[in-house]
Design a protein around this ligand. Sequence first.
Ligand SMILES: *Cc1c(COP(=O)(O)O)cnc(C)c1O
Length: 389
Amino acid sequence: MEGPKVYLDYAATTPTDPAVIAAMQPYFFDVFGNPSSIHSFGQAAKKGIEDARQALASFLGAKPSEIIFTSGGSESNNMSLFGVVSANEKKGNHIIITAIEHHAVLEPAKFLQKQGVEVTCVKVSKEGLVDPSDIKKAITSKTILISVMHANNEIGTIQPIAEIGRIARKKGIYFHSDAVQTVGHIPVKVDELNVDLLSLSAHKFYGPKGVGALYVRKGTRIGTYLYGGDQEDGRRASTHNTSGIVGLGKAIELCQQQMDAEAKLQIQLRDALIKEIPEKVPEVVLNGHPTQRLPNNVNFSIRYIEGESLLLNLDMLGIAASTGSACTSTSLEPSHVLLAIGLPHELAHGSLRLTLGRWSKKSDIEQLLRYLPEIVGKLRAMSPLYHKK
Ligand SMILES: *Cc1c(COP(=O)(O)O)cnc(C)c1O
């Protein structure tokens, strides 16, 4: 009964491209030196890191000195909030975020709030869009940082970052964007987006897990976040993850060459799913913006069913997807993103996220479309909500 395995969860993580693995391989044994060592072993490792820094800077339209390698998207987001707040206390103590940020922005903001920092959380539209004029209204004389994600990881909505950046720049306020879902997938140029800080993560664009970067525009005052070493010009202690950084560099080079063509293919598959799911499954609602959305993101709420049951049933057929529901987890609360776009709890619990990537093919979505109506029908037949309607 079970067909070939189908992976429709690229927004959670991507496989590491075999070409990336090959580029990393020498850095475990042959080129193992500590990149901070002045001997040739160290310098060979350092060259690998600096080449990766150059590749990433070139993708972003940044200077290599503006890149700090980190352990991933979460650390880059934490570093942005804690680093900017700690270095700009004299200027103010107010930061602005949005209701649909990743937890790696929301939780540091919540912590800072407990420490006395004022936090404004801006609402989004029902398509998940931030209105730049809402950001403008939230600004006070004490605002030191605005943080708005480039694209949302659940519903795929792409934000008007350039416009928000213009507002921030005019007021002399630092602007951070969590671009973990966009780097490697669509063009991300720091000067066009008017950002001062930008987070990214290698495992979201076919690189290895546990490595990422923070772009920090020259002149941005940001405090140290990890103490105990001079690495990254004293901005982040810890011996470099040489192989991981080299992998990130190779991954971004591949994306630079391939992402336009890949996005075109993914848009075709995405739009086929967006068209065909409502034709095959009654009473579904598309979440996110109809056009301003990531090339690889599909998110539907399916009435009268519970997302986790749906995922388990799909998984039994070899299909991997994701949901904003969390009925079996400890929280019971559905995704904050789905609630922020105004979905009632029932619809937020019935969400299905399908995300595409480099190895997605037509047969994957055919497989999904073949089984989804049947599973939804079965679950609805068991649902008290369905019978009450
Ligand atoms: C995955 C993700 C993160 C976290 O990145 P890690 O490298 O896994 O820590 C942060 N923000 C967004 C939008 C993400 O999708």
